[in-house]
Design a protein around this ligand. Structure first.
Ligand SMILES: [Zn+2]
Length: 230
């Protein structure tokens, strides 16, 4: 069988070496078109959620985010991403939604975001969070303050990232932003001022990443995976 071959982790990390924080932001279609079928299968509860989505753009982003998470997991650990097992279980109702996590390798955490046909995923040790918003997003001024659409969008990105990092709930994050204050420090989560912020202007979209360690940002999923030729 002419299989696929997965790229080696950068510098060939040995066990015990520090794990890298890597993010991938690109179009869903790019991830779907270069990923082998083995990465496109979802556990039953995720598959059911996927199948309930009405718009194909949402189904594609849903699947692409999970594939990207597997690719980044494999990249960080130097392992076949097909071995990666993702879980989502809501702490409130037990349903198959809520913050995603890796079933094994507790050292790595994952966060993802999609907006229209864009997907952003970040994987790394400790606290990670990502939010991606397409250029057409304009959050209501009453929620996010900000004089211009760009300021409002940046405030929205920050609120989403604080929420995903676990500082506070979204309404509290927006309230803090309207008062120009950072969330209070929380045990187990680094001081919000120490987190690494990275904006990128890319086809009108904006993204914000929070990570405990410096993050490498990638935009080409095929560099996480190479397909062998016959
Ligand atoms: Zn729930």
């Amino acid at each position: 069988m002419a299989g696929h071959q997965f790229a080696d982790s950068p510098e060939g990390l040995a066990p015990g070496d520090s794990l890298l924080t890597t993010a991938l932001i690109c179009r869903s279609e790019h991830i779907l078109s270069c990923s082998p079928a083995v990465l496109q299968t979802l556990p039953p509860p995720m598959q059911e959620r996927h199948d309930r989505l009405r718009r194909s753009i949402d189904r594609h982003s849903f699947l692409a985010a999970r594939i990207a998470a597997k690719l980044l997991w494999g990249w960080a650990l130097g392992r076949d991403p097909a071995e990666c097992q993702l879980q989502q279980q809501c702490p409130t109702c037990g349903g198959p939604h809520g913050r995603p996590r890796f079933a094994a390798n507790g050292a790595l955490t994952v966060s993802w975001s999609h907006s229209q046909d864009l997907v952003g995923v970040i994987v790394g040790p400790g606290c990670v969070a990502i939010d991606v918003e397409s250029g057409s997003t304009d959050p209501p001024p009453t929620l996010t303050r900000g004089r211009t659409p760009q300021e409002r969008l940046d405030n929205w990105l920050l609120a989403e990232c604080w929420t995903k990092a676990g500082y506070c709930e979204l309404d509290e994050a927006l309230s803090l932003i309207r008062r120009s204050v950072s969330p209070p420090p929380k045990p187990g989560i680094p001081d919000p001022r120490r987190l690494h912020l990275c904006h990128l202007a890319w086809t009108g979209a904006r993204a914000l990443l929070l990570s405990q360690e410096p993050c490498t940002l990638m935009s080409d999923p095929s560099s996480l995976l190479t397909t062998s030729s016959f």
